[in-house]
Design a protein around this ligand. Structure first.
Ligand SMILES: Cc1cc2nc3c(=O)[nH]c(=O)nc-3n(C[C@H](O)[C@H](O)[C@H](O)COP(=O)(O)OP(=O)(O)OC[C@H]3O[C@@H](n4cnc5c(N)ncnc54)[C@H](O)[C@@H]3O)c2cc1C
Length: 470
């Protein structure tokens, strides 16, 4: 089994080893040259994941004359954008209740509708730009494999109805209909939404890097920003002077001076099977490449890859004291074993399938679990992030919004209720470490209790509200 993060002998990192996706993206991962010397631009973007690159893309598309530089510490797609589950969903980290409590019901619904559009926007732009990202809009199936799951998932659909979303957006599939899509063991039905596409995450981020370069954006890899502030960015290779600086560093943000408590890096881990035989797929179905999850508290997520594997991920890895990020945290053998157990639990036919890849990476969580995008025009500082595990879609909306904000355009999307939102800082250590890890453990114990008793374990909802804000 390949595991992530092994440097090569020459002292260079083997970037392909950071995820199944980076290994199979078909792009040359040799870092582009670093910033050669001091530079003067209009917009400097720190971080070449989806957020940074979508922002560069929409800016360059709207105003080809703008001088834009993207500065990346490693290579484009090194972060979560090159490692994720490839769910291009319309999910938003904060609940509609939370958004509506601050901005009203209409604003919460408008944000949701724009996220629905965003799934299509990504399909459209990648097709226009000739990026083969294995985009397939098959929707999401959330399976119920216990009575507690049925109760929770059906409640969620009822809740969507109260927000005005109909059968075309969310509906319940009975056991037979659900099995007709994907044959999951002990399925009692599934909640279905069409608003999600499966894609190859690294093909998307690497394709975006090439698309922005074609539009004249300068992308410097192997260029770590050591400080960013009004007027520019200081790197190890020189200074970049810019009217606007965009912080697009998501889970890595706490490594920047002044942003230590802005978000926390929480690890999500994944495994991938070998390509599964036709006999498996004819038994299981899964012909529309729907993204798949179930009703448990500690999230799992899966997709059928274009080359016929199952890529399967989940949370549960511990948060590391002081928001530390290290390559070795991408590998938690017990989490990989747990993921394999869950996968085989849903698909016993995969019991003997080889797990060929295992990897992970940090995502970013704001203290109130409220993703945000904004521009402080006076200081010339912009940001976007705190997407938790929903950044594939949300980062595209962030990129479009930042482009409009930077260009001074007042549009429908610059009025959405996450624009300009400020989350409070996370607690200092050791409170942060204690709170987050207790929350993670409680959700996992609630899942075990529900599997045993079949009844909903409310402790998970309570602890999530208290510590993780969800
Ligand atoms: C295992 C996993 C599974 C996930 N699954 C899903 C999913 O299925 N669907 C979904 O919607 N979301 C998912 N997510 C979340 C999603 O991947 C992220 O929200 C999204 O990729 C964030 O993009 P980003 O560009 O903001 O951040 P990143 O992709 O993390 O990019 C940040 C970049 O900044 C660079 N950087 C950091 N510090 C510096 C510095 N000092 N100077 C210069 N550059 C710097 C990093 O090297 C990195 O390339 C998952 C995340 C993980 C880890």
């Amino acid at each position: 089994m390949r595991r992530s993060g092994h440097p090569t002998g020459a002292g260079l990192k083997d970037y392909r080893s950071y995820s199944f996706w980076l290994e199979t993206c078909g792009d040359d991962l040799t870092p582009r040259p670093p910033l050669p010397s001091d530079l003067d631009v209009d917009v400097a973007i720190v971080g070449a994941g989806y957020t940074g690159l979508w922002t560069a893309y929409y800016l360059a598309r709207s105003d080809p004359k703008l001088r834009i530089a993207v500065l990346e510490k490693e290579i484009a797609g090194f972060g979560a954008s090159g490692r994720n589950g490839g769910w291009c969903s319309a999910l938003f980290a904060a609940s509609k209740e939370k958004v509506a409590a601050r901005h009203g019901r209409e604003a919460a619904v408008a944000l949701q509708r724009e996220l629905f559009n965003t799934v299509d926007e990504i399909g459209k732009v990648t097709a226009e730009e000739g990026m083969d990202v294995h985009y397939d809009k098959g929707g999401t199936l959330a399976f119920a494999t216990s009575p507690a799951h049925v109760e929770r998932l059906r409640e969620e659909i009822q809740d969507e109805r109260r927000w005005g979303f109909g059968e075309e957006d969310h509906r319940w599939l009975g056991p037979e209909e659900a099995a007709g899509r994907i044959a999951v063991r002990e399925s009692r039905g599934a909640a279905f939404t069409p608003h999600c596409a499966a894609l190859h995450p690294a093909r998307l981020v690497r394709g975006l890097a090439r698309a922005v370069e074609r539009r004249g954006v300068k992308l410097f890899e192997d260029t770590a920003a050591v400080d960013l502030g009004p007027g520019g960015v200081r790197t190890l290779h020189g200074r970049v002077k810019a009217e606007i600086v965009v912080r697009a560093t998501e889970g890595y943000t706490p490594t920047l001076p002044g942003f230590e408590r802005a978000v926390i890096p929480v690890y999500s881990l994944m495994i991938a099977t070998e390509p599964l035989p036709e006999s498996f797929w004819s038994e299981v179905g899964w012909s529309r490449r729907e993204t798949l999850t179930d009703g448990r508290h500690l999230i799992i997520y899966a997709q059928r890859t274009a080359d016929g594997r199952i890529a399967f991920g989940g949370r549960g890895a511990p948060y590391h004291f002081g928001s530390r990020i290290e390559d070795r945290f991408d590998r938690e053998p017990w989490v990989f074993a747990e993921l394999r157990r869950s996968l085989v639990g849903l698909f016993p036919q995969a019991t003997s399938a080889r797990i060929t890849h295992a990897w992970g990476g940090p995502l970013g969580i704001a203290r109130d679990w409220y993703s945000s995008v904004g521009l402080d025009r006076r200081r010339g500082l912009a940001w976007a992030g705190g997407y938790v595990g929903d950044g594939v879609g949300t980062s595209n909306l962030a990129g479009r919004t930042l482009a409009d904000l930077i260009l001074g355009e007042d549009t429908v999307i610059t009025r959405l209720p996450w624009v300009g939102h400020r989350s409070r800082a996370w607690e200092p250590e050791p409170l942060r470490w204690l709170g987050v890890n207790v929350a993670l453990r409680t959700m996992s114990s609630a899942d075990r209790a529900e599997a045993r008793t079949g009844r909903p374990a409310r402790r998970a909802d309570l602890i999530r509200r208290l510590t993780l804000g969800g």
